[in-house]
Write a protein that binds this ligand. Sequence first.
Ligand code: G4P
Length: 536
Amino acid sequence: MASLSDEISSRRTFAIISHPDAGKTTLTEKLLLYTGSIQTAGSVKGKSSAKHAVSDWMDIEKERGISVTSSVLQFTYNGACVNILDTPGHQDFSEDTYRTLMAADAAVMVIDGAKGVEAQTKKLFKVCTLRHIPIFTFVNKLDHEARDPFELMEEIENVLGINTYPMNWPIGSGRNFRGVFDRQTRRVIAFEGDGHANATKKVAEVEAELGDPSMDELIGEENHKNLMDDIELLDGAGDELDLDAVACGKLSPAFFGSALTNFGVEPFLKEFLRLAPTPRAYTNTLANEPVDPCRDDFSGFVFKIQANMDKNHRDRIAFVRICSGKFERGMDAFHVQGNRKLKLATGTSMMADDRAIVDEAYAGDIVGLFDPGIFSIGDTVCSGKRHVQYPQIPTFAPEMFARITQVDTLKRKQFVKGMEELAQEGAIQIFRELGAGMESVIVGVVGVLQFEVLERRLKAEYRVEVRRQPLPYTDIRWIQNDPDTIDIPSLSLTRDTLRVEDMRGGKLLLFTSPWNVDWATDHNPDLILSEFGNVT
Ligand code: G4P
């Protein structure tokens, strides 16, 4: 039987991030295909209804054909136990997407080779950098006309501020795509096929050495020459693959390929698993020291809560990232924030498309605990005598705001209860105008779908109808100054800037443009503003 530390060190837990349509779903699917976790392409939830996986629990997901919540896919490959934390790539994504990144040990950033770095990639990347986790780049769709690879690497470095290290280098693109040059083995892996087939089988890979005359035949004389020039340039730059820089997210190993045609997926997976970190040590805030993932005692934190998984029971599932030890179904544990003992009665894990009950799981894994309504996002559960507590999950800046008022003023109690509970669960963020009551509430979200979920759930679960009035705010900042040293009402701000507070009593400013943010900092030199709340 494998020891605890063997089990844990075999874990690789990561999230795939991308702008919608860059190919995240396709890449995920191909990874599952290679590892034998699924037999056919199209099993991972996609946009067309035919592709729906059973993990789309909420009606709204089914209707819209998108995935609102993030789930976890687990498979084993070459002795590694891989957890892919799925993050919705649709523009209607929600804060869950951000929170999921708090539970990942690494991120794979998929970039469309023709489009480069896009808006959503930037946002998700920013959250990854908060945690200093390794970020790997997969430049996708090389079977389509792509931009110059040097230009793409430069864009990643300039726009995202991370250095890249190309692990392989593409040979042509689009119709002219012939394969990649592997910088480690110094060999060419040639691409066979017309570049347009949605093949679900592994692509044949032909290996030959650079400079070999047979290469002219394999990839074409001009491609061969261009490749030799490119590689000379890359090698001339003299950069080494600095593993320490990779580990703290300062250097991104970059791979080129085409998920749709299966090209470059397997070499990417192999290298990724070689370089990706084992479960990392999260900090115990009670002792201000890292917790060894391999210690015997179980511990973890809730990073996501999913309500209404089962309509008949109105239950909630709290998704826990295990940070240390071993989880066993039915085990005794302690809920730190609730200050009480509990039995971890139900564990579920999200396999590709079914919700399997989990009996055991290890640090690095994600388990879904049955939640009778006791957990909040960021809560710690642990076993053993020495309790630990993990840092709070930061509150991410919403980007859309609306004023929500109840239609029937007699239902005030239900309205306030519903709004507060849904905010506690992390479905939305709520703000109160400084000096105002709860008769209307300002709601902030990351994706517009969260508004729809809010309205439906208020109606279904609290029997409250609401009106939504969109607000023009686009930028939000938490005031980080010590509350005793700053007088918020007397801050010098543009007239359309709103002073609000969040559920935890944090003070914030809502702005109608980035220009107004600059105005506030320019005119209040002592003011400290942050894009994230509660970062510890
Ligand atoms: P996402 O999860 O990041 O949103 O992207 P997804 O994988 O759904 O891919 C978006 C579209 O891009 C899909 O086409 C998909 O087939 C295509 N695609 C993904 N990888 C590649 C690639 O390597 N090469 C090429 N040429 N296309 C790729 P679609 O027509 O929008 O959807 P579908 O009808 O094929 O599902």
